[in-house]
Design a protein around this ligand. Structure first.
Ligand code: B1M
Length: 524
């Protein structure tokens, strides 16, 4: 292959074997280091972007390409004049106030940095005033805001307005799992008054930056993403239909026996066997959602499909590193429970006064489902029960992932965060199974993990923030009752759990449990 094509190919293939020798060969031909970067190497990264958008490369492979790019640029920087390190642009990146979400933002940093942009990553829980300071200090071409939850989308509206009041007018790029283009346009953009661009994923973030930094295309993008109005007054368009005064949803039986529970003691555990927890990881989430594998990973891996095998081996390497430090911890407890109209009271064993009361909302139509309906009325003075838990796998993950990212090991950096996140979810699945056993209805031996991932068992677990109980403020009730600080999980002012790889839930045993939406989560 001609040398330039070979150089681009190292990036496309995400391999470093022979890269430095060929870079030296190219320099030997008299090519300036910066021209090599902006020439064959950037051509390689541009092709990676095209292949990703054409579904021919997955996130994991893009990360390996970025690693090769980082290695090439780090080598050539030794021969560059200081002034040579001209960048295509500069972005200040941050997760908004109250939010600890990191994995998405870091992916964006890796993609932008290895496509020629300077990125100032301010980290998590960044208040508007720190963003304004960073703007004055770094004079960026754009600001990137990230967040996981609906609350964070609302925080972006406030942040945008504060940036406007500070006289900032550069484009904003926003992204995050609970965010949408519509919310960006109708809420965030009007409160900023200048361009606010929604980026559904990191590659879209890159495309938007390329367009904004291209004089020929900038105006079009800015005009298309700027809207007037003030964006404030986030009105959730909840149509207030009257709910028939239902004592209980017709879909939820009351005439069932209350199963007894083994103990009401609070349990705190460091889950010893990581491999056992990892056997509860949903492959679709780890290899698909986070590492980008397209298609049925398990089936393709079993058929020894090369991409699936390579990704599996890559994640096994990450697991070996994680096994040295990852701690999966859990705190859980059963409580006596009584439902009363919209209140769900939790009691210590035999107590008269409730320890805490949750207030959920009933669905406004259809089956009028309501979480409290899943608690059976007391029988012969014996109350029904509810279990609560918080689990985490986030201890030490951010530091190690950050180090791997700074050392240019992007696959490992992202892989560690993805593994921690899915280990938290897997621990929730593992613990929920134990709780079913403690409740006296263990899973039948033939139950498969796939059936567990689709909750084909008795009862269900519900997490605050999800559609059946969208109010994140209720997390404070779990914190009061379970004190998850003991397993190292803090609640932020945005009602997020720090570390990021954490899950909280209420567990009901009722066989009629189903997942539903009370239809009140504000549209984001
Ligand atoms: Co959950 N979670 N979660 N969660 N989770 C959501 C977000 C949710 C929408 C699910 C739902 O309701 N159906 C819901 C939020 C609703 C709400 O806000 N009320 C929710 C909830 C409620 C929760 C918990 C509160 C539940 C609980 O335990 N009580 C809890 C909170 C955790 C905490 O507080 N620490 C929780 C926990 C978790 C896990 C840890 C198990 C896990 C990881 C979360 C994480 O990513 N950090 C998780 C997951 C996986 C999800 C879903 C299924 C997927 C999120 C995802 O893909 N993350 C999500 C439902 C959904 O989206 N379908 C859901 C991977 C990450 C790489 O993607 O963050 O989108 P993302 O970043 C992307 C893009 O957004 C974009 O590029 C990135 C890379 O491609 N982007 C940018 C992001 N920032 C950008 C900035 C830019 C440009 C592009 O600037 C330049």
């Amino acid at each position: 292959m001609p040398l330039d094509e070979r150089l681009a190919n190292y990036i496309i293939e995400g391999t470093r074997d022979g890269l430095i020798a060929d870079l030296e060969r190219k320099r030997g031909e008299g090519a300036a280091p910066l021209d090599i970067v902006n020439g064959p190497l950037m051509a390689g990264m541009a092709e990676v972007g095209r292949l990703f958008n054409a579904n021919e490369l997955i996130v994991a492979e893009v990360l390996q390409s970025a690693e090769a790019m980082k290695a090439a640029v780090s080598h050539l920087e030794h021969f560059m004049e200081k002034a040579d390190t001209a960048k295509r642009g500069k972005v200040v990146l941050a997760t908004v106030k109250g939010d600890v979400h990191d994995i998405g933002k870091n992916l964006v940093e890796i993609i932008l940095k290895n496509n020629g942009y300077e990125v100032v990553n301010l980290g998590i829980k960044v208040p508007p005033e720190d963003l304004i300071k960073a703007y004055l200090e770094h004079k960026p071409d754009a600001i990137g805001l990230s967040g996981l939850l609906v609350k964070s989308a609302q925080q972006m509206v406030i942040t945008a307005s504060d940036l406007k009041d500070a006289g900032i007018e550069i484009p904003l790029l926003v992204g995050g799992a609970a965010l949408s283009g519509k919310f960006t346009q109708t809420k965030i953009a009007p409160s900023y008054g200048h361009a606010v661009c929604y980026a559904k994923d990191a590659m879209t973030g890159l495309r938007l930056m390329n367009e904004l930094m291209d004089p020929a295309r900038r105006e079009t993008v800015v005009r298309a993403n700027t809207s007037s109005g003030n964006g404030f007054g986030i009105t959730t368009t909840v149509s207030v239909t009257s709910i028939p005064l239902l004592k209980r949803s017709p879909r939820v039986r009351a005439d069932l026996l209350i199963p007894s529970v083994a103990t009401l003691d609070r349990k705190v555990r460091l889950v010893p066997d990581l491999r056992e927890i990892w056997s509860y990881i949903n492959p679709f989430m780890l290899y698909g959602r986070h590492m980008g594998y397209r298609g049925d990973f398990e089936k393709h891996f079993a058929a020894r499909e090369p991409k699936a095998v390579e990704l599996y081996q890559g994640m096994e390497e990450v697991k070996r590193e994680a096994a040295e430090f990852m701690k999966v911890r859990a705190v859980w407890q059963f409580f006596e429970a009584e439902a009363e109209v919209d209140a769900l009271h939790l009691f210590a064993r035999g107590a008269q006064e409730p320890l805490h009361t949750f207030r959920f909302k009933r669905q406004r139509q259809g089956d009028f489902l309501f979480l409290s309906d899943y608690v059976l009325p007391a029988q012969n003075g014996k109350r029904d029960h509810l279990a609560l838990f918080v689990v985490t796998a986030g201890e030490g993950v951010r530091e190690r992932s950050e180090k791997a990212k700074n050392d240019g090991y992007y696959f490992k950096s992202h892989g560690l965060q993805a593994l921690a996140i899915e280990s938290a979810e897997a621990c929730a699945e593992w613990l929920h199974r134990r709780i079913r056993e403690d409740w006296g209805f263990p899973d039948p031996p033939e139950m498969t993990m796939a059936q567990r991932f689709t909750s084909r068992y008795r009862g269900k677990r519900y997490s605050f923030g999800y559609p059946a109980c969208p109010d994140l403020e209720d997390q404070t009730g779990i914190w009061k009752l379970l004190k998850p600080e003991e397993i190292g999980v803090q609640l932020t002012e945005g009602m997020m759990m720090d570390p990021e790889a954490s899950v909280s839930a209420l567990v009901f045993h009722h066989p009629d449990c189903t997942y539903f939406s009370v239809g009140e989560s504000p549209d984001t």
